[in-house]
Design a protein around this ligand. Structure first.
Ligand code: SF4
Length: 367
């Protein structure tokens, strides 16, 4: 059973999880949250690690930018109906016996006629001249991401980078239309202020929904076994050093002392004094200045050599250097790029995982 109805504005700030007469209700935007954290919320445990002012500002800025994304979509020819922020439509979907998921869709709409739905993307990819038959409204889930997360989403696709957002959109589709249609994830890069979108075909959106709701069913079983007991805690889904725990409002309750764990991991073996760090920074700055000046000299010399070659009308020539004769020549370099939007439309997430792999490296940046 699904329902959709206008709700009051404060429902935006409803808890991530609460007990109902029938079992458990989870906020749609918390579908991917740690099950123990959801249990703490449902049993009304006190928050031990409230978000700092910086995180709150980031969150509020993200929310405030959502209408900007909708306007940008309209300028690009989308037909979009955003939620009325004062009276958002509330959607409740029964995911399993004793488990409901409730949330508020950001927007619904259709892509511009020339492309957008999975069918239209396919038409574009394979050159099918038949116009897309898709005219139904789709759920549009609007997200804002920092540059790194935006790049990750674009490269890996939403099902790999943010599967909970796909499950959330699928939930709204079920609630609004009684069926899981294609869903659209529209994302704004808060760094460059550019936006992009991804259409997830209905069968894949439904799979994301089943995965997310299936994971929560264990919480319903836990409730059936223990009742709303704040002492009977479900297993932890993450470790203290994971970002989920580091941002969790119950970190100190769940893992006392965990707040410092991530920093502890990063501690160097040999202690470095502040004075040594300042000296290293000054040396770094001096080295950077020398590199910049050398790079500028190098660019000037290369430009002179290029003009010399052009003057002779050749692409390559031999020239005596200070210790040996060198070849000076124009070299062509070719770069290849991958259109991740097309790739994501073509391949299932599992196939993409074989093609687009992810490596994480760490480096120190001084800015
Ligand atoms: S601290 Fe980590 S494991 Fe514990 S409730 Fe929070 S997210 Fe879950």
């Amino acid at each position: 059973m699904t329902t959709s109805a206008p709700a009051s504005r404060d429902l935006y700030s409803r808890p991530a999880a609460l007990f109902t007469d029938d079992g458990l209700d989870i906020r749609a935007s918390s579908l991917g949250q740690c099950r123990r954290a959801l249990w703490y919320t449902a049993t009304e445990q006190p928050v031990t690690n409230p978000p700092d002012p910086g995180s709150m500002t980031l969150l509020e800025a993200g929310n405030a930018l959502e209408p900007v994304v909708v306007r940008a979509m309209r300028r690009d020819g989308w037909s979009v109906s955003p939620a009325d922020r004062d009276r958002p439509v509330s959607v409740t979907v029964v995911a399993a016996p004793g488990l409901t998921v409730t949330g508020h869709p950001d927007a619904t709409g259709c892509p511009p006629p020339a492309g957008g739905t999975a069918a239209a993307v396919e038409q574009f990819l394979f050159g099918d001249d038949e116009p897309s038959a898709q005219t139904d409204d789709l759920v549009i889930e609007v997200k804002t991401r920092g540059p790194e997360a935006f790049k990750r989403w674009r490269t890996l696709g939403a099902e790999r980078s943010h599967p909970e957002s796909v499950a959330q959109a699928a939930c709204y589709s079920l609630g609004l239309y009684g069926e899981c249609r294609d869903v659209v994830i529209a994302t704004l890069d808060t760094g460059s202020r550019s936006w992009d979108y991804e259409v997830i075909p209905a069968d894949r959106a439904e799979r994301a929904w089943r995965n997310a709701s299936g994971r929560l069913e264990t919480l319903v079983e836990h409730h059936a076994l223990n009742g709303p007991d704040p002492e009977a805690l479900p297993e932890r889904d993450f470790a203290a050093s994971d970002w989920q725990c580091q941002r969790c409002p119950f970190l100190n309750l769940c893992q006392p002392g965990g707040a410092g764990e991530a920093e502890d991991d990063a501690e160097p073996a040999e202690p470095v004094s502040d004075e040594q760090a300042r000296a290293a920074l000054r040396e770094y700055e001096q080295a950077q200045a020398r590199i910049k000046s050398l790079e500028s000299d190098k660019r000037g010399s290369l430009q002179t050599l290029q003009h010399w070659l052009q003057g002779r009308g050749v692409e390559k020539a031999r020239l005596d250097g200070s210790t040996k004769t060198r070849t000076v020549g124009i070299v062509q370099s070719r770069r290849y790029s991958v259109d991740h939007t097309r790739l994501n439309a073509l391949l299932e997430p599992e196939q993409r995982a074989e093609v687009v792999t992810e490596q994480v490296s760490e480096y120190l940046r001084v800015s």
